[in-house]
Write a protein that binds this ligand. Structure first.
Ligand code: ATP
Length: 218
């Protein structure tokens, strides 16, 4: 279990706070707006109405004892910068921030953010990848080029085994798991033929996958 302090209870911050708490994590949620704090109070460990731009307030709330902080104040750049800087000065071990654009992201990185996400961009990337790469159901981005992708097998892979397809040496694709409904093989048996009812979890370069799916014949 990790402990989280979440600052800013707009759509993003509130959703993250409630989800983390429902997964059994300890969550302290902070917003300057008391109505939002009251609304979330019974769905997190502790909810506090406070102005997080004030470093003394953050110190009194003990934010330095939390494992991770999420700064979900997106539209007020000055506030999100100041809050990030305060969390960094208080030595919060891992600071994740939400930003609106690339300039905002760079400012937050320079002020001590360990990870900055721009949710709209990430969702748009996911949507685009899902739309252009038939069969991709889910992915976790590891870098701009690489990710862990969950997908249906392309037509051309059906009936062939992972060994026969030789995905690793020919394309640099690592098959991490193979799922049939509830049953999952990790690692998969590379000698069995792939059938149409399964789902593959791959570690791959996105452009390789795109090319393979367009050709549809490895
Ligand atoms: P959303 O997640 O809804 O897209 P957003 O990115 O547009 O939000 P804002 O609405 O500007 O971001 O801010 C999110 C929340 O952060 C708001 O509920 C706001 O009250 C809170 N907030 C803003 N400034 C502070 C502050 N100094 N201290 C604590 N909370 C703050």
């Amino acid at each position: 279990m990790h402990s989280y302090v979440i600052i800013g209870l707009g759509r993003f911050g509130a959703e993250a706070a409630v989800k983390l708490y429902s997964y059994g994590e300890e969550v302290m949620a902070i917003d300057i707006n008391e109505t939002l704090v009251d609304k979330i109070a019974d769905r997190v460990t502790r909810a506090v109405a406070a102005d997080a731009r004030d470093a003394d307030v953050l110190e009194r709330l003990g934010v330095a004892n939390f494992d991770r902080a999420i700064v979900a104040v997106g539209s007020d750049l000055a506030a999100s910068a100041l809050i990030t800087m305060n969390l960094h000065s208080l030595k919060v071990p891992h600071i994740i921030c939400k930003a609106h654009d690339a300039t905002h992201r760079e400012i937050l990185q320079r002020l001590g953010a360990d990870r900055v996400i721009i949710p709209e961009w990430e969702m748009a990337d996911k949507l685009a990848l899902g739309l252009t790469s038939a069969g991709i159901m889910e992915y976790i981005e590891l870098s701009e080029e690489y990710g862990i992708v969950e997908m249906e097998p392309p037509e051309a892979w059906l009936g062939k085994s992972i060994r026969e397809l030789d995905l690793r040496s020919r394309y640099g694709i690592n098959v991490l798991a193979l799922r049939h409904g509830e049953s999952i093989s990790i690692p998969p048996d590379i000698s069995l033929p792939i059938d149409s009812g399964c789902t593959l979890t791959l570690l791959s370069n996105y452009s390789t996958l795109n090319k393979l799916q367009k050709q549809d014949a490895p």
